[in-house]
Design a protein around this ligand. Structure first.
Ligand code: PXP
Length: 239
């Protein structure tokens, strides 16, 4: 059996908590359940507007639970400083807009290469593994490789949103070809965004896939079946 890592994004556990600014549901408790149900990484996106995950969530999960933490963040000096202080195991640099409800596509690298290269170098020198969230486009993947990233997380939102078998197959093929290039460049291959219990299997079967990062569908399902079942069902589907 292939072992594909499952990163479980717990942002929306914090979204529910922030609705009341209460202590529950607690992200530390969520992280414990993720790790004990087959999740390999706990993923948190610390947004600049702090709409869900707070700095203290990362700090508490780091200090109170044993397991790998993957931090998603914008490539800005504030977040770089926080990552260097809180020391997640890995970081994914993502584009971030103030009004978006979720991440909109991969990073646009044009014109930002110098600042990105500097952040990647600083994080790598501190021992953090760095991933770049890119669209499944050869140009973006080669640029990310040249910037010194360890991994590529392919944005699966176009695949996830594709309507009908034909369009979905076309988007899947783009992901497969992009995955092939990532492996040729000897980088780790990750994918995520919009993956759910119905569309995940073909992405998990992409040659060389190392890790899938999934949030919304798992936390939504957890409302009805509990987080333990939601995580373990997803884990089973991706093996
Ligand atoms: N990967 C990245 C880079 C993301 O920004 C997100 C959303 O925070 C995800 C994966 C997870 O997406 P979803 O919540 O749609 O599963």
């Amino acid at each position: 059996m292939r072992h594909i890592k499952l990163g479980v994004n717990i942002d929306h556990v914090a979204t529910l908590r922030q609705a009341r600014r209460e202590k529950n549901p607690d992200t530390v408790e969520a992280a414990r359940v993720v790790y004990s149900s087959g999740g390999d990484l706990v993923v948190m996106h610390l947004r600049q507007d702090r709409r869900h995950i707070q700095d203290s969530d990362i700090e508490r999960v780091r200090n109170e639970v044993k397991g790998l933490i993957h931090l998603e963040m914008a490539a800005v000096p504030e977040m770089e400083k926080i990552a260097l202080r809180l020391r997640p195991d890995s970081v994914c640099l993502v584009p971030e807009g103030p009004k978006e409800v979720t991440t909109q596509g991969g990073l646009k690298l044009e014109g930002k290469q110098t600042e990105l290269a500097k952040i990647i170098k600083n994080l790598s020198n501190a021992g953090l593994s760095v991933s770049l969230f890119t669209d499944p486009e050869p140009g973006a993947i080669r640029a990310a490789h040249n910037l010194g990233a360890d991994s590529i997380e392919l944005c699966t939102s176009k695949y996830s949103e594709a309507w009908g078998k034909k369009l979905q197959a076309k988007e899947l093929e783009k992901l497969q070809l992009a995955g092939f290039l990532v492996k040729e460049l000897k980088m780790e291959l990750h994918a995520g965004h919009g993956l759910d219990y119905y569309n995940v299997a073909p992405v998990a079967r992409i040659e060389g896939m190392d890790c899938l990062n999934i949030g919304y569908s798992i936390i939504s399902r957890a409302m009805f079946v509990g987080l333990k079942t939601a995580v373990s069902e997803m884990k089973r589907l991706i093996q």
